[in-house]
Write a protein that binds this ligand. Structure first.
Ligand SMILES: O=P(O)(O)OC[C@H]1O[C@H](OP(=O)(O)OP(=O)(O)O)[C@H](O)[C@@H]1O
Ligand SMILES: O=c1cc[nH]c(=O)[nH]1
Ligand SMILES: [Mg+2]
Length: 211
């Protein structure tokens, strides 16, 4: 499994404000949006491209463009929705599929309650959006789901990860380099309720309020 932890002062600054419990929802949404754009820059390093010939106003030139089939961006509802606009701003031609997943507060088991994805993902590069990689149960299930549909590779963009979740995901996917995680930070640990410490709290609640 590939793992990239973004090491940049702008990322660290935005993450610090995001963590602050005094940060309100509108500011939290804006920062999550800005952070995902910075993460997307790293996560798309291996996006498939094709060489093209063109003419500039001055001369003939060779360049690259994104290849087809287009990348598929998959936000995991609910909190992953807060990362969608930032990602599609960088990848405007990407298609978007949706997975709705919720973690049981007691057992911490993830279940899928919604799925709107193409049936066949053969040859597709997938970018999963989920701000929190805690126990890793949600992401492991999402990654297996996409690979089982034929995805060529799956890269997850997370705002924060716990060491336990990274280890669990690594165990779930083994040394499969088709799977990667790009995160803005790796925190200390999980608490007894499965929350990342120090973390930023419940990402879905902070983005959208308690429902
Ligand atoms: O790594 P895990 O232990 O599986 O936990 C991470 C998941 O928990 C949160 O979702 P939640 O279940 O709170 O749903 P929500 O996005 O609707 O708030 C978060 O957005 C992740 O999807
Ligand atoms: O710390 C955590 C763990 C899971 N989900 C969240 O939103 N926050
Ligand atoms: Mg939540």
């Amino acid at each position: 499994m590939r793992l990239h932890v973004a090491d940049h002062p702008l990322v660290a600054h935005k993450l610090t404000v995001l963590r602050d419990r005094e940060t309100d929802s509108p500011t939290f949404r804006r920062l999550a949006d800005e952070l995902v754009t910075l993460l997307a820059y790293e996560a798309t390093r291996d996006v498939r491209t094709t060489t093209v010939e063109l003419r500039t106003p001055v001369a003939a030139a060779t360049g690259i463009r994104l290849a087809t089939p287009k990348p598929l961006v998959v936000p995991i509802l609910r909190a992953g929705l807060g990362m969608l606009d930032g990602m599609t701003r960088l990848l405007p031609t990407a298609e978007v599929g949706f997975l709705g997943m919720i973690r049981d507060e007691k057992t911490l088991e993830a279940t899928t309650y919604a799925n709107r994805l193409p049936d066949d993902l053969s040859g597709r590069q997938c970018y999963v959006l989920d701000p929190m990689l805690a126990t890793g149960g949600t992401l492991a299930a999402a990654v297996h789901f996409l690979l089982d549909k034929g995805a060529e590779d799956v890269t997850a963009l997370c705002l924060l990860a716990a060491p336990e979740g990274i280890a669990n995901l690594r165990e779930a996917v083994g040394d499969d380099d088709r799977v990667g995680v790009v995160t803005a930070g790796v925190d200390e640990r999980l608490d007894a309720d499965g929350y990342i410490v120090p973390g930023l709290g419940d990402a879905g609640d902070r983005l959208y309020g308690v429902v």
